[in-house]
Design a protein around this ligand. Structure first.
Ligand code: THU
Length: 130
């Protein structure tokens, strides 16, 4: 995984609004044109209204006009490695191929990776709608 995606996830993490969990998360996505879109978690006093870092990054990617996620990096400040939650696995799968790689990073850099298909096997996908 390239350094720029890792650095974008770590930089995004610094923008986290997480006064309730005090758990900062940053995510960075590469699109089909090689451009990077980043996001942080944005919590809300009405807890379920919060956004995960991955969701914020996906919103940036879509609003830029891109449609495809080709690589993902996620990082948190208080846990060595953070894996995307179940809802974010579904959100990532909407715009990524099953082979797309998701890198789990700590402060030192990317440590391990899984494909979107490994994170969300037997996904509910577009073809599920018939
Ligand atoms: N969180 C993310 O932003 N991404 C993940 O992949 C896991 C969890 C956030 C949601 C919430 O703001 C905080 O981490 C604690 O769950």
């Amino acid at each position: 995984m390239s350094q720029d995606l890792f650095e974008a996830a770590r930089a995004a993490m610094q923008h986290s609004h997480s006064p309730y969990s005090k758990f900062k998360v940053g995510a960075a996505l590469r699109d089909e044109n090689g451009r990077i879109h980043a996001g942080c978690n944005i919590e809300n006093v009405a807890f379920p209204e919060g956004l995960c870092a991955e969701a914020t990054a996906i919103a940036h990617l879509i609003m830029s006009g891109a449609r495809q996620i080709t690589e993902v990096a996620v990082s948190a400040d208080r846990l060595d490695l953070v894996a995307p939650c179940g809802g974010c696995r579904q959100k990532l799968a909407e715009f990524a191929a099953p082979q797309t790689r998701v890198w789990l990073c700590n402060a030192a850099g990317p440590q391990t990776s899984f494909t979107v298909g490994e994170l969300l096997p037997v996904a509910f996908a577009t073809d599920s709608l018939g």
